[in-house]
Ligand binder design. Structure first.
Ligand code: IPE
Length: 252
């Protein structure tokens, strides 16, 4: 099978997080064009931004089970997913939507099971599965939120991709005003207090949550990049194998 690359694009790149359901169409189209140049072997995961996060918070998902909250949060992020899928199609890729609500089950907010076989078969046939942060059933809590970052680390553990790249709206992990070339678990003590939450409403942990997720993945031998997907050309460069932004590595 061809080598797999996993790309996540954060909701703050694709949407204006402060305004309910406002997609940045120009950004979505630009990124779709960069992805199309890479060709097959790719799995795309995108965040929710102002699709999903605002609903999830409104209904208190994760804290209490709310049937309407499940539906409305899912529908919202699916609306963004449709825009991403359509932009990829227009750019010349062969995307297919994959919804975590229908394929994953959580326990205490963590993925317990997830259907991987459809994704593997899609990639084998040159399709680009397009997953997204979503609401999902949780065996302990009723329903919860599965972030795009958690999906990336779950996929990466199972599929051992050659590249794992997480595009955000910042240049990488920033400490004392500078972008760190790499981050290991030891560094977290030093930089931890400086890591902010992300701007706008975020129910899944911002940069701190992202690094925690990626350090766990790195401990299992899969390195990942956090880079700026708001800068033109960076998505392509990350997928082409360039070391852009911050590399999250395992301990020595
Ligand atoms: C959150 O997904 C999913 C929902 C709130 C439904 P992410 O955590 O991956 O979204 P971003 O990238 O922070 O916007």
């Amino acid at each position: 099978m061809t080598e797999i690359k996993i790309l996540k694009i954060g909701g703050s790149v694709l949407t204006d997080k402060a305004r309910l359901e406002s997609a940045r169409m120009k950004e979505i189209e630009r990124i779709a064009a960069e992805v199309a140049e890479i060709g097959s072997g790719l799995i795309l995961v995108h965040g929710a931004g102002s699709f999903g996060h605002i609903h999830a918070e409104e209904y208190g998902l994760g804290e209490r089970f709310d049937p309407e909250g499940v539906l409305e949060t899912h529908r919202s992020v699916v609306r963004l997913n449709e825009m991403v899928v359509e932009s990829l199609r227009i750019a010349g890729s062969s995307p297919v939507p994959v919804h975590p609500l229908s394929s994953a089950v959580l326990r205490e907010g963590r993925i317990e099971t997830m259907e991987m076989e459809p994704i593997v078969e899609m990639v084998k046939r040159g399709l680009i599965p397009v997953l997204h942060g979503d609401v999902a059933m949780d065996r302990a809590r009723g329903a919860g939120i599965v972030s795009g970052d958690q999906l990336v680390s779950h996929l990466a553990r199972a599929l051992r991709p050659e590249i794992v790249a997480l595009g955000t709206a910042v240049d990488g992990v920033i400490f004392e005003g500078r972008v760190l070339a790499q981050v290991r678990r030891d560094d977290l003590v030093r930089i931890g207090s400086e890591l902010g939450a992300s701007s706008g409403v975020d129910v899944t942990g911002g940069m701190r949550g992202k690094i925690a997720e990626l350090l766990d993945l790195a401990d299992e031998g899969v390195r990942s990049l956090i880079f700026n997907a708001s800068k033109p050309g960076m998505v392509w460069r990350a997928l082409a194998g360039e070391r852009v932004g911050t590399l999250v590595e395992g301990g020595l």
